[in-house]
Design a protein around this ligand. Sequence first.
Ligand SMILES: C[S@@+](CC[C@H](N)C(=O)[O-])C[C@H]1O[C@@H](n2cnc3c(N)ncnc32)[C@H](O)[C@@H]1O
Length: 244
Amino acid sequence: MDEYKRFARNYEGLNPKEEIFKQEPFFREIIKRYSIKKCLDCACGPGWHLFMLDNLGIECAGSDLSEEMLSLAKKNLKGKNIPLKIQDFQKLSDSWQETFDLVICMSTSINHMQTDEDVIKALDSMYQQLDEGGILIIDNGVADALINERPKLIPARIHKDQAYYFFLQYPDEDHIIFNILDVRKTRDSFEHDFETMTLKAITKENLEHCFAQTNFKRIHYYGDHDFSTYSAATGNRLIVVAEK
Ligand SMILES: C[S@@+](CC[C@H](N)C(=O)[O-])C[C@H]1O[C@@H](n2cnc3c(N)ncnc32)[C@H](O)[C@@H]1O
């Protein structure tokens, strides 16, 4: 997790709160459909999902493996009564004695697992933190599209005077190396930062295989945050709602 030690200071430019707040209608519907009262974000990063869910009246708690990301969350959630802990989501019960009716793992955090065994261990740990009938939500990203199309360059986020580019490499069938270039305009020139992360390309098929080895009862696969049907062919963002 050393990647986030440096990358934490650039992370919010790549994944700004305004983008996360666009998911609010999705979460409003989830809260209504499943009568959600209490949520754990187990890879909370800078904490903007917790911020949003707290504003929607949900009792929230957050954890993350990275100290640097968690300090962003502490700053962003100042004044809110949200417990935050450093914790690997493969061993959530080490920190969390209580259970929740919603556990979330958003923005491709699960893809930091490098093997099927690690994904299954993470899913089991998340399952354990759920009440009976509780749900897990995973935002698995666009692995199917990347693996099918193998783009080499993605302009990931373009602001007025800052841009993030992904240069992608495909070392094998189920991993993607994200080389992330962050370019900022200064008064007379440019500044650059560079980070590399290897993520597991968890395709829908791969995720189905992993879920089949857990105790989750029903798993819904949606294309993006609008409950549309997922299609690996059109390469939507894969959002998973798994019921305990
Ligand atoms: C792409 S960021 C997403 C952060 C946040 N959920 C968001 O939507 O902006 C991935 C996060 O997963 C965290 N992470 C990676 N592996 C983890 C693990 N094993 N346990 C807990 N957190 C982990 C990282 O520290 C980072 O904060």
